[in-house]
Design a protein around this ligand. Structure first.
Ligand SMILES: [Zn+2]
Length: 222
């Protein structure tokens, strides 16, 4: 069984590839994301390449192989099921479960994972709107767009949040911007770099575009 360090590297490469449409991940970026020295990351990547989990080309970057992808999806599956379980069953707040899941994802058995999933009714998304890969490693892709791309007057449903930092999630929660909620884009101010949203019952919220960029939505207008 791979160590938690191996799993963290593989998971991070997967997430970076997702963010940048499958382009090779630069070593500097990977090291920064994992908070390790570039030299440490390079040593690790070379041994992951030997284990056939990644393809590595110096100066270009690193990419997951098929077996690397399989491992990444397995770790993400554990992570996301655990997060949902902590929220739904143990009543934890969605802002505090990511850190817990970071640890638990490396230790729970397939048996416990299967029982958690069954208990939750075989869910497809976690509390942050991230898809839960199936046991076969399939990921259901939904049609989501960035909130900043939505025109004024459009009705949208919050689909996914791209930052799991606790203060950010609490901010969203205070404003009713959790996944599943519907809002209306009222106005986008390119000069002031803000976006205002109608939250229903006459309530509104104004977000900076930097915050709005971390939210993906489903368009509800035909
Ligand atoms: Zn998480």
């Amino acid at each position: 069984m791979p160590t938690s360090t191996v799993e963290n590297y593989i998971k991070q490469i997967y997430l970076e590839e997702q963010r940048h449409e499958g382009k090779p991940v630069a070593m500097g970026k990977l090291a920064a994301a994992l908070k390790v020295f570039p030299g440490t990351a390079t040593t690790m990547i070379k041994s992951l390449a030997e284990a056939n989990l990644v393809d590595y080309e110096s100066r270009v970057g690193v990419r997951l192989t098929r077996s690397g992808q399989k491992l990444a999806l397995h770790v993400l599956r554990r992570h996301r099921v655990i997060e949902l379980f902590l929220v739904k069953v143990l009543d934890m707040n969605w802002s505090e479960v990511h850190e817990e899941a970071e640890n638990l994802e490396h230790v729970i058995s397939d048996e416990v994972l299967a029982r958690m999933e069954k208990h939750l009714g075989y869910p497809t998304v976690d509390p942050h709107g991230d898809p839960i890969p199936t046991p076969k490693g399939e990921v259901e892709e939904r049609e989501l767009v960035n909130l900043t791309e939505c025109a004024a007057e459009s009705d949208v449903r919050i689909g996914r949040v791209l930052d799991q930092e606790a203060t950010f999630l609490l901010f969203l929660e205070r404003n009713g911007l959790e996944p599943g909620n519907t809002v209306k884009v009222l106005h986008k101010d390119a000069v002031g770099q803000t976006l205002s949203l109608g939250l229903g019952r006459g309530k509104t919220a104004t977000l900076s575009l930097t915050v709005a960029e971390k939210i993906e939505v489903e368009r509800l207008d035909a």
